[in-house]
Design a protein around this ligand. Structure first.
Ligand code: NDP
Length: 328
């Protein structure tokens, strides 16, 4: 029998946590034959609610779930972690300056990075979901010098999935016929969903759409502002689709991309496509055997170049701000 994989989830008592934990425990994160142990990390005020969620997880009698432990100390929460999903973050509240937001999150992600450095398993893989996700991932990564930097990733898979869905709706294609879509840059309003290399049933997506105005004025803003549209419609944030994207991100990282396709992940830049080395930016990646590689050699047209550069400029500003605050 396989040794269970330790999965740490922070912000476990939150909305995304509630949509995420049951799917991890039922085998959707790693595979239907992989036993898991959950380690839930919360702040002290969240402990009781996390216990309630753990009671419900017990009540599902999931065959793959081999244990649940709940902590409010990151040093314990990340002990032996093979996979860490960093969901809990300090949301931006009204009137909050960006510097305040970044400092508040530095207070969360710096100690978590240090705890991962000291206590996680050697094969630790980290996904940051809590916003500002790319920069929170950078803070955690900088606090974990003994962990290979590439193990720290940020989620742009929800943007990726949203873009596929919008493209399918526009063209009448099945989502499963859409391949090689790319999200570039930051998980923020500046993100750039790129269809110039995407394929719809083997045909170039930009040629199938053949409508640059739709691309600029409808597609890109719809994908970028989808979160706000869901809050407006539901009266609550897009927790279930965010949880689904977190599952997809880790599942693809661990189990690989399909032949001829790729996915989007926020990862430490190696300088590819002119993105400054070290910042955590979204790229097209293929994955295999638990490792990812940036897809190389894509032609970037002027339309794409301007948008990638704008999103990357925002990431550079965020990096400079956290540097100034002494967080990295
Ligand atoms: P959610 O579970 O709804 O969201 C958690 C984080 O995910 C937020 O930063 C949110 O960003 C982000 N996020 C990313 N993508 C999405 C998306 N598509 N839709 C919605 N959110 C997205 O927040 P809750 O307030 O319900 O729960 C947070 C929990 O985290 C609480 O239980 C709190 O106690 C806990 N917490 C734990 C910490 C820890 O373990 N050390 C630290 C801080 C909090 P955005 O703000 O932009 O919506």
């Amino acid at each position: 029998t396989r040794t269970p994989v330790n999965v740490t989830v922070t912000g476990a008592a939150g909305q995304i946590g509630y949509a995420l934990l049951f799917r991890i425990a039922s085998g959707h994160l790693l595979g239907a034959d992989v036993p898991v142990k959950l380690r839930l990390l919360e702040i002290p005020q969240g402990m009781k609610a996390a216990e309630g969620t753990a009671m419900e997880l017990d009540d599902c009698a999931f065959p793959l779930l081999k244990g649940i432990d709940i902590f409010d100390d990151p040093n314990k929460g990340f002990e032996g972690a093979n996979v860490a999903l960093l969901v809990g973050a300090r949301p931006r509240t009204k009137g909050m300056e960006r510097g305040d937001l970044l400092s508040a999150n530095g207070g969360i992600f710096k100690p978590q990075g240090a705890a991962i450095n000291a206590h996680a398993a050697d094969d630790i893989k980290v996904l940051v979901v809590g916003n500002p996700a790319n920069t929170n991932a950078l803070i955690a990564q900088a606090a974990a010098p003994d962990v290979p930097a590439e193990r720290f990733t940020a989620m742009t898979r929800l943007d990726h999935n949203r873009a596929i869905s919008q493209l399918a709706a526009k063209t009448g294609a099945a989502v499963s016929d859409i391949k090689r879509l790319t999200i570039w840059g930051n998980h923020s309003a500046t993100q750039y969903p790129d269809i110039f290399h995407a394929e719809i049933a083997g045909k170039n997506a930009a040629e199938v759409v053949s409508d640059e105005q739709w691309l600029a004025d409808t597609f890109i803003p719809t994908v970028a502002k989808r979160g706000a549209a869901i809050i407006e419609a539901r009266g609550a944030s897009s927790a279930a689709s965010a949880a689904n994207a977190a599952i997809d991100h880790v599942h693809t990282w661990v189990n690989g991309t399909a032949a001829g396709d790729w996915t989007s992940m926020g990862i430490p830049s190696d300088g590819s496509y002119g993105v400054p080395e070290g910042i955590i930016s979204s790229f097209p990646v293929t994955t295999k055997d638990g490792k990812y590689e940036i897809v190389q050699g894509l032609d970037i047209n002027e339309f794409s170049r301007a948008r990638i550069d704008a999103s990357v400029a925002e990431l550079v500003e965020e990096r400079d701000a956290v540097r100034e605050l002494g967080l990295i």
